[in-house]
Design a protein around this ligand. Structure first.
Ligand SMILES: Nc1ncnc2c1ncn2[C@@H]1O[C@H](COP(=O)(O)OP(=O)(O)O)[C@@H](O)[C@H]1O
Ligand SMILES: [Mg+2]
Length: 341
């Protein structure tokens, strides 16, 4: 295998130390992905260096011009403190004609705007919860046909920011309050969706043209107290003590008919394609008791930590973490934006 020069782009605050020694679990969690990817690229024999980025494209340009990396491994989740700006960094890499890993700018842009991606899914008749967008500084006006309960979230935020039990609303007053919360606390437009009662499923995908899907993965809530909904709130995603308390486990979804698995797999590939994704991604789905599957969102460049859902579901079909990282590199190297000619 060819030894590559790989510049790993990451948030300036997340550049990991050389070794894990002396750091608490909590500290490691902050920059675990960055650490895992760098260490694995080196284990694979590549010359990999971290490049911390905050609000300056100049450091990227300097590295590209002077060090001439074969590929930039894109782990950026924001630029200048704004999450959706990561799409512009991918655009900049394309402007520099620099091969990079992960999703292309158009795919990032579409997925970051949940309302826009849902409109595209609707055009393709792909099931996604019915929704309305409530813009900031506008009156709350919902379509006539909405049915409670509804789930209120940010139209652009990720990582379940602002999602808690309170996000599910059963009446107009709570709806107004929660929309106000999203407007005022998260400072974004609010997405109001039909709440889908059911199982919480994830599917990892890899590819540019030919796509590979990993097994359907499920988040289980094994000790959820009565009356608490099984949704992936911020606390569920990020608080290890709470995860332990309510028995959060993610594993291969059990008891699905082969035909259902096939339908879900096909659905996820369609979503990947119609949202112009490339590299790797993870789809978030809900499945109702009568097996209707709804697409919540498509996550290009999802969490790539060792032991996280994507890596675990890949491992379940024999793709080791090293192989996963190498495949992502290869996909980045072979990706050609259509407009390059
Ligand atoms: N319409 C919905 N119905 C049921 N649960 C939902 C709905 N929207 C979001 N959720 C819950 O909230 C979680 C986070 O929502 P998601 O849209 O995936 O945003 P994020 O980008 O923060 O991950 C989901 O994994 C799911 O558990
Ligand atoms: Mg999600």
């Amino acid at each position: 295998m060819k030894k590559l020069r790989v510049v790993v782009l990451m948030d300036e605050d997340l550049v990991p130390p050389e070794s894990l020694d002396g750091y608490s679990e909590e500290e490691v969690l902050q920059w675990k992905t960055e650490f895992d990817v760098l260490a694995t690229l080196r284990d694979l024999g590549h010359e990999a260096i971290p490049l911390g980025v905050s609000d300056n494209l100049g450091v990227i340009r300097k590295n590209i011009v002077e060090w001439k990396p074969h590929i930039a491994f894109n782990l950026l989740e924001e630029f200048h403190g704004v999450a959706v700006f990561d799409q512009h960094v991918a655009s900049y890499l394309e402007l520099m004609k620099q091969p990079y890993s992960g999703c292309n700018p158009r795919g990032l842009m579409l997925a970051h705007d949940k309302a826009l991606s849902k409109k595209i899914l609707a055009y393709h008749r792909i099931a996604t919860p019915r929704f309305a967008v409530i813009q900031r500084r506008r009156a709350v006006k919902l379509p006539q046909r909405h049915v409670y309960p509804l789930l209120v979230k940010s139209v652009i935020e990720e990582a379940s920011l602002g999602i808690s039990g309170e996000s599910i609303v059963h009446d107009a007053q709570h709806l107004k309050d929660r929309v106000a919360y999203v407007h005022e606390e998260l400072k974004t437009d609010a997405l109001v969706e039909e709440y889908i009662e059911g199982r919480e499923l994830y599917v990892g995908l890899l590819g540019n043209r030919r796509l590979q899907t990993f097994p359907v993965w499920e988040m289980l809530f094994k000790r959820l107290p009565e009356g608490v909904p099984n949704i992936a709130t911020a606390k569920v995603k990020w608080d290890p003590a709470y995860q332990e308390e309510i028995g959060i486990e993610t594993e291969a979804a059990e008891g699905l008919e082969p035909a259902t698995v096939q339908a879900i797999t096909k659905l996820c590939k369609r979503v990947y394609r119609v949202l112009y994704q490339s590299g790797y991604s993870r789809m978030d789905l809900r499945m109702t008791a009568d097996q209707r599957v709804y697409v919540l969102e498509a996550n290009p460049n999802p969490n790539l930590s060792y032991g996280e859902d994507l890596a675990e579901s890949a491992a379940a079909v024999g793709v080791t973490y090293e192989q996963l990282i190498q495949r992502i590199l290869n996909l980045g190297l072979s990706y050609r934006p259509r407009w390059y000619g």
